[in-house]
Design a protein around this ligand. Structure first.
Ligand SMILES: NC(=O)c1ccc[n+]([C@@H]2O[C@H](COP(=O)([O-])OP(=O)(O)OC[C@H]3O[C@@H](n4cnc5c(N)ncnc54)[C@H](O)[C@@H]3O)[C@@H](O)[C@H]2O)c1
Length: 318
């Protein structure tokens, strides 16, 4: 990887900024591209202190607009981690055109700029939301599981997998899509797919009411951001052409999550019970055995450890 930098789209976002920090720690030069629509420069405060040493560059840029190719020509990244996206499932249902503009057309712009400037590999943040509703018996699902997505967000993220395959066929552009479960950890806002952890923590620390939609027995596979970022790092050189599931395989109910966080924060209010939200899957969990075999990846952070780290970060900002 010698001299060429690594470029992270969505680098000011939740997962992107954690990835930027890890890449800098590993000794890479890093270019972060972000339009700051949901990301924040604050997430890159540490990284920006590396600017003087020439190890970090931030480019404020909308991937749909011109300029991306010029940025890539200037920096000549070898690997692009593509995380910039419209991540709001609800918004994708209300405004599917906007969702597709960012997630499909924006991604094509990234791929075009990448192939024209000699990028070797794209590591793509794919989503558990792209594969529809599994039955309890099917859980945790592996890479053979495939059903239509239940939101436009899931579909727009999924279409990209075909584009990645086409760019490999046509131009030899390598790619590794990582299908992420519900990611949580420092820098998360309440908007993302794993936002329930950030929402509960924020509201509990402020002693505000927390809402649980439906009976709270719906389950999610919560995976800690440091573990996810590690998968992105491994995928820079391994598992070309493979779609890999990145999750813990464990399901945690929203009620269990609420109780764990309430105990950790000394929060003694009952949750507000609200009607279930339409279109949300009931249960989800990912089987990461192929990622173990192909990447040498496994999630090493327990939920207790990850929640404690996230709480520590949130309390430090409060
Ligand atoms: N958080 C999760 O649990 C989860 C699960 C599955 C997949 N993902 C995927 O991981 C990636 C990162 O998600 P996140 O949770 O960190 O969300 P995030 O909103 O924090 O990060 C997305 C980043 O992309 C930027 N962005 C959005 N549109 C852009 C545009 N047009 N041009 C440039 N930048 C743009 C935003 O400003 C933001 O910084 C996304 O691709 C998302 O689909 C996340």
């Amino acid at each position: 990887m010698a001299d060429r930098p690594v470029l992270v789209t969505g680098g000011a976002g939740f997962i992107g900024s954690n990835l930027v920090r890890r890449l800098l720690e590993d000794g890479h030069r890093v270019v972060a591209v972000d339009d700051l629509s949901t990301g924040a420069l604050e997430n890159l405060a540490e990284a920006r202190s590396e600017r003087a040493a020439g190890r970090f560059t931030f480019e404020r840029l909308d991937i749909r607009r011109g300029g991306l190719q010029a940025v890539m020509e200037r920096h000549r990244p070898e690997v692009v981690h593509h995380l910039a996206a419209q991540v709001d499932v609800r918004r994708s249902v209300e405004d599917p055109l906007h969702d597709a503009e960012v997630n499909v057309l924006g991604t094509i712009a990234v791929l075009e700029a990448a192939r024209l400037t000699g990028v070797r590999r794209i590591v793509y943040a794919s989503s558990v939301g792209s594969y529809g509703e599994p039955t309890l018996e099917e859980l945790p699902v592996d890479e053979t599981y495939d059903r239509p997505a239940t939101s436009q967000y899931g579909t727009s993220k999924r279409v990209v997998l075909d584009y990645l395959a086409t760019y490999r066929e046509l131009y030899g552009l390598e790619s590794t899509p990582l299908t992420l479960a519900n990611v949580y950890g420092p820098h998360q806002t309440t908007a993302g797919e794993g936002g329930v952890v950030a929402t509960f923590i924020g509201r509990m620390l402020d002693r505000q009411p927390c809402a649980i939609y439906g009976d709270g027995e719906q389950t999610r596979d919560f995976v800690f951001v440091d573990d996810v970022v590690h998968a992105f790092v491994l995928a820079m050189d391994r598992a070309e052409g493979q779609r890999l599931m990145i999750g813990t395989g464990h399901r945690t109910s929203i009620n269990q999550l609420f109780r764990a966080l309430a105990a950790a924060t000394g929060y003694d209010h009952e949750p507000l019970r609200k009607p279930a939200r339409l279109g949300e899957v009931r249960h989800s969990a990912l089987d990461a055995r192929r990622a173990a075999a192909e990447l040498g990846w496994k999630p090493w952070t327990t939920l207790e450890e990850g929640l404690a780290a996230t709480l520590g970060w949130a309390a430090g900002r409060a």
